[in-house]
Design a protein around this ligand. Structure first.
Ligand SMILES: *[C@@H]1O[C@H](CO)[C@@H](O)[C@H](O)[C@H]1NC(C)=O
Ligand SMILES: *[C@@H]1O[C@H](CO)[C@@H](O)[C@H](O)[C@H]1NC(C)=O
Ligand SMILES: *[C@@H]1O[C@H](CO)[C@@H](O)[C@H](O)[C@H]1NC(C)=O
Ligand SMILES: *[C@@H]1O[C@H](CO)[C@@H](O)[C@H](O)[C@H]1NC(C)=O
Ligand SMILES: *[C@@H]1O[C@H](CO)[C@@H](O)[C@H](O)[C@H]1NC(C)=O
Length: 508
């Protein structure tokens, strides 16, 4: 519940005065890193010595980026998930290369112990990776965010203790400019291929204060779920989210730069995303995102280069004049009748979910398409309809169950892969059609909706669109580039634990 308005205003004012004393803006950096992987040729389990040698090779590269960022006045830098030793590990020793993760793990203490590994490296046993990260932060006087593996011994007094006698966690760590460990986060929503790790028994909501705002942290797949991601922003009111990730791009809705920038806008928070770079796995896409759009981003499927990104952000985006208004996502859509009754609706799959589509047959028009409780309205005007391109309006209201279970409500305008309507929903990266205007809205049952606009060539459109407080996602100008998709991606967290419909509802 919110406090009464006058109280709230006084509190916001007091906060504003306090914050005037601190920094209004700060410089953020993210580093997309092409991780140097364990040598797949060795069949033997690696020794702790070899494990550290590999971690040092990666940390050599990260240190170069950290040094360069610090020279440019950066306050905080984020590096990717699995950025120090790679991935593909197993839990056991017997598994084929790269084998067990165990020689790469360190015991990472609770930050409450008040520890600077750089000046007291052996206080909690051997911790060479933490020591080096801490020294990088301290030597370059910058906050350093990294992802490493934590191990915690356990025994039969704990019924949940794994048979090898320890918990292993995919862990983010943050060192402050003195090298002190100030945050430790154990990833909660592990992806399907992370059998080497345990998830913590309870989700952890990790925050820390800086002179340039309150920070929260979570990892990769966590972004699709309520805990801890939404809790950090909605309840704990962080200003900026730190996001180490190893993101595999999936068009049309879940490509890194597209989805992460949309999450920042939908949640009204700064978002620092550092992805791994590995084009064979479709991993690329890092960025520095503010609530009103991307400040800078990197997407590169052509070469294997890492990239340092640096940009300035508001320390307290909620207090900024540019902060977008609160949105009622269904207000406009509920206030209008159906724009059209479509005899030409058809079904198509997007990432295993069965959408209802209708084609944009004319150069301009007003269309509505519905599935279950979600009706999506689109008004549009193309800047010239191409004969060899087909666009559709689509609606999906249902539980997604492949690679994770999560309930979605989605309204989307998207380009089909070919003029064959059966290809609608398949990944497509390029387009030729610009839009003079678009306005997309839906009768959402959730408050968590992420607005996505993706142009041809996986390019973002900062400053060219906005969300009105009645929930319409509209173009501000004619699109400067051809459109691949305009989407309202809604997450209805309360429905994640429902059973899947036995059958999709009868057509349509
Ligand atoms: C930090 O600086 C000290 C002394 O200037 C140097 O010995 C050490 O190698 C540096 N460490 C890192 C990680 O840069
Ligand atoms: C088992 O673990 C608990 C908590 O970590 C510890 O206090 C206890 O001494 C351990 N018992 C044995 C037999 O190692
Ligand atoms: C990507 O895959 C190709 C073909 O499988 C292989 O030759 C190449 O070495 C791989 N690149 C990387 C960076 O792993
Ligand atoms: C959003 O707008 C709709 C339609 O005007 C209204 O029924 C609903 O109560 C509003 N929701 C919120 C959370 O204010
Ligand atoms: C779409 O709706 C708008 C607003 O109601 C109207 O001005 C416009 O003429 C309509 N366009 C078409 C092609 O029907």
């Amino acid at each position: 519940m919110l406090p009464p308005q006058p109280l709230l205003r006084t509190a916001v004012f007091a906060l504003a005065v306090l914050q005037a004393l601190a920094a209004d803006t700060f410089i953020a950096a993210v580093y997309e890193h092409a991780v140097i992987l364990p040598d797949a040729a060795t069949a033997e389990p690696v020794s702790p010595h070899d494990a550290l040698a590999l971690m040092n090779k990666n940390m050599d590269v990260l240190e170069g980026a950290i040094k360069e960022a610090a020279q440019q006045g950066t306050h905080i830098i984020v590096t990717p998930e699995d950025g120090i030793y790679g991935w593909g590990f197993s839990r056991e020793n017997t598994h084929p290369p790269p084998g067990t993760i165990s020689p790469y793990l360190e015991d990472i203490p609770d930050p409450a112990v008040d520890w600077i590994p750089c000046t007291d490296p052996t206080r909690f046993g051997p911790a060479p990776a933490q020591e080096r990260l801490s020294c990088m932060a301290r030597n370059h006087s910058i906050y350093v965010v990294a992802n490493i593996g934590d191990k915690k011994a356990c025994n039969s007094s704990d019924p949940g203790c794994p048979s090898d006698g320890r918990y292993q966690y995919n862990t983010d760590v943050v060192f402050d400019p003195e090298g002190k460990l100030v945050a430790r986060y154990h990833k909660y929503n592990l992806f399907i291929s992370e059998a080497q790790f345990n998830h913590p028994k309870e989700p952890e909501a990790i925050t820390f204060e800086t002179p340039f705002g309150k920070f929260g942290i979570f990892t990769c797949f966590d972004i699709l779920f309520h805990e801890p991601a939404v809790v950090l922003v909605s309840k704990l009111q962080v200003d900026t989210v730190l996001f180490p990730t190893a993101w595999m791009n999936v068009l049309p809705f879940l490509t890194a730069v597209e989805f992460h920038s949309a999450w920042a806008m939908g949640m009204g928070v700064n978002f620092l995303a550092a992805d791994r770079h590995h084009t064979n796995l479709s991993m690329t896409g890092s960025g520095i995102y503010a609530p009103d759009g991307a400040r800078t981003y990197y997407y590169n499927m052509k070469t294997e280069d890492g990239r340092l990104l640096i940009a300035e952000l508001d320390s307290h985006p909620r207090l900024s004049p540019a902060f977008p208004p609160a949105v009622n996502w269904s207000s406009y859509a509920l206030s209008v009748e159906r724009f059209s009754l479509n005899d030409h609706e058809f079904r198509g799959l997007i990432f295993h979910d069965s959408f209802i589509f209708t084609e944009l047959t004319k150069p301009e028009g007003n269309l509505t398409v519905c599935q279950k409780d979600l009706c999506c309205h689109l008004s549009y005007r193309m800047a010239g309809k191409q004969e060899d391109e087909v666009y559709v309006l689509g609606a999906f209201d249902g539980l997604h169950v492949v690679e994770g279970q999560y309930y979605l409500q989605i309204c989307t305008l998207l380009k089909c892969r070919s003029t064959d309507l059966k290809t609608c929903g398949q990944p497509v990266e390029t387009a030729q059609t610009k839009f003079e205007m678009f306005s997309l809205s839906g009768t959402f049952g959730t408050n968590y909706v992420f607005p996505e606009v993706l142009y041809s060539g996986v390019q973002l459109a900062p400053g060219e669109f906005e969300v009105l407080n009645d929930g319409r996602l509209i173009s501000k100008t004619m699109t400067t580039k051809p459109v691949v998709t305009v989407t309202l991606f809604g997450r209805w967290y309360e429905k994640d634990h429902l059973k899947q419909d036995p059958d999709p509802p009868a057509f349509p």
